[in-house]
Design a protein around this ligand. Structure first.
Ligand SMILES: Cc1ncc(CO)c(N)n1
Length: 213
């Protein structure tokens, strides 16, 4: 089982993770500002957890995957700084509570620590690939959101996602049947949580969406 087999087997689910009215709104400029701001604050919190998840994955990665994962960690740390600047410009408070949909996704990532390496790596590939496809679908993006579309559609990011796919393919190739099953479940989990994240952003019910004052 290769990563691309997972995409082929779960096309419908994958489509739900990567196509969404939120992304149509980014492309057309019709997205309510509150929805975008809610997504921005929540995604910052998610990336913070994602960095911790990836650091734990690095600790048990085979030698051949270390450079790839370290490169990803450096990019995530830079991304946090970028989010902080975006939030400052928009006067958003990043010291917010994770929305339940976000907290559940982060809990799922934390739980992958107890799963086979191949399954956790497949999940990392899937969540990065989901963002690549999702934002590509929103390109070029309304001017207000274009910087965000560009952030996740650079050739560097696409190369990174390809690197993760290759690493996941190798890990799955060495994995036993049980671990491959766990990888498929992890993939399905990522796809569901990704869709839920867009839903949360568009329909979230927090009082102030993280806005200061
Ligand atoms: C919800 C979500 N999924 C994937 C990524 C890509 O890192 C992200 N920033 N946020």
């Amino acid at each position: 089982m290769r990563p691309r087999d997972l995409l082929a087997r779960h096309q419908e689910l994958w489509r739900g993770a990567t196509r969404h009215p939120f992304l149509d709104g980014v492309r057309e400029g019709t997205l309510p500002r509150r929805a975008f701001e809610r997504w921005l604050v929540q995604d910052y919190l998610f990336v913070r957890e994602g960095l911790a998840f990836q650091a734990r994955l690095l600790a048990r990665a085979p030698r051949r995957d270390q450079r790839l994962l370290i490169g990803g960690l450096v990019a995530l740390e830079e991304e946090l700084g970028w989010f902080e600047e975006q939030a400052r410009r928009r006067n958003l408070d990043l010291d917010a509570r994770p929305h339940p949909a976000n907290a559940a996704y982060c809990g799922f990532l934390a739980g992958l620590e107890g799963e086979p390496y191949a399954a956790a790596l497949a999940a990392l590939w899937a969540l990065e690939r989901a963002y690549l496809e999702a934002w590509r679908g929103a390109a070029p993006g309304h001017p207000e959101y274009r910087e965000f579309v560009e952030h996740w559609t650079t050739p560097e990011f696409a190369d990174y996602v390809s690197g993760l796919e290759g690493a996941a393919e190798a890990a799955l190739g060495e994995a036993g049947e049980g671990a491959r099953g766990r990888a498929e479940e992890a993939f399905v989990g990522v796809a569901r949580f990704e869709r839920g994240f867009w839903e949360m952003a568009l329909e979230g019910t927090e009082e102030n969406g993280g806005r200061v004052g």
